[in-house]
Write a protein that binds this ligand. Structure first.
Ligand SMILES: NC(=[NH2+])NCCC[C@H](N)C(=O)O
Ligand SMILES: [Mn+2]
Ligand SMILES: [Mn+2]
Length: 297
């Protein structure tokens, strides 16, 4: 496979600075060499341009940095669409999760019935009215199904990008009250950490792949590193206790790889300022490799 690495050093969607270094930290952890050792060819687009928060007004406290986030999303969507049209597999490195608005919009330009596996402690299904923070990284999935501010929903001039019934969230353990109502109302499939505890990751992922990949649908995998337990992934801005174990996360990635449905992937929320000796970035590389075909034997 030809993998196109695309950096999205965005921290406009989250409160804490440090995720803007994520793409660099993940590259520094040896991403390209490891991918090549797996037999892939790799090219690197570099990073898309993201304005510094200090250089732009924050705007409404309910939708912080809306203008620059929309600009970045438009650009990222185009870069991702171009990669897919050149038969390349886009691997997008964040940045906070707001970058998935651009990446998934770009994939949706090419794949009309797209399934999503969203591995995350959070639902990222808030709208302006339900968000406790005004941080846009917590609103991205809702925007992609056409809910919320019309500038977020209409990246590329069209909406909705996703059918909520094609979305599966795995690893959820911190959902805001209004966000829970929205997830139920739109019938998004949510596997919480208690589901993972009860049924095991193997069962959960078989179901997730069946739902997101039904009728041979392509799957986009969005991996938020805060899905992992903070003991494994300390370098994230919004850590929540009780997350995925090291092996549960690897198994999830291995099963997505085996499904052969995945057409694109993002890895987000690596916060290098909060990380310990790049451990979270190194774990991100390991999980990318499992998702892209690495086998123990
Ligand atoms: N991508 C993330 N880490 N999202 C965290 C979202 C936290 C919270 N639900 C909010 O809306 O602010
Ligand atoms: Mn997230
Ligand atoms: Mn999260």
């Amino acid at each position: 496979m030809h993998i196109r690495v695309i950096g999205a050093p965005i921290d406009l969607g989250a409160d804490r600075r440090g995720v803007d270094i994520g793409p660099s930290a993940i590259r520094y952890a040896g991403l390209h060499d490891h991918l090549r050792a797996l037999g892939h060819t790799v090219s690197d687009f570099g990073n898309i341009h993201v304005p510094q928060p200090e250089s732009r007004p924050i705007g409404s406290p309910k939708l912080k940095y809306l203008d620059p986030i929309v600009e970045v999303s438009e650009e990222l969507a185009n870069v991702v669409t171009d990669a897919l049209k050149s038969d390349q597999f886009p691997l997008i490195l964040g940045g906070d999760h707001s970058m998935a608005l651009g990446s998934i919009s770009g994939v949706a330009n090419v794949h009309k019935n797209l399934g999503i596996i969203w591995v995350d402690a959070h639902g990222d299904f808030n709208i302006e009215e339900t968000s406790p923070s005004g941080n846009i990284h917590g609103m991205i999935l809702a925007a992609l199904v056409g809910q919320g501010n019309s500038r977020l929903t209409h990246i590329g001039g069209w909406s909705p990008k996703l059918n909520p019934e094609n979305i599966v969230i795995v690893g959820a353990r911190d959902l805001d009250p209004g966000e829970q109502d929205l997830l139920r109302k739109h019938r998004v499939h949510v596997y919480t950490m208690s589901d993972v505890d009860r049924y095991g990751m193997s069962n959960i992922m078989s179901q997730a792949i069946e739902i997101a990949g039904r009728q041979d649908q392509p799957i986009h995998l969005s991996l938020d590193m805060d899905s992992l337990d903070p003991r494994e992934a300390p370098g994230v801005g919004t850590p929540v206790r009780g997350g995925l174990s090291y092996r549960e996360a690897h198994l999830a990635m291995e099963m997505v790889s085996d499904s052969k449905h995945m057409v694109s992937m993002d890895v987000v929320e690596v916060n290098s300022i909060l990380d310990r000796e790049n451990a979270t970035a190194r774990l991100a590389v390991e999980l990318i490799l499992s998702a892209l075909g690495k086998k123990i034997l």
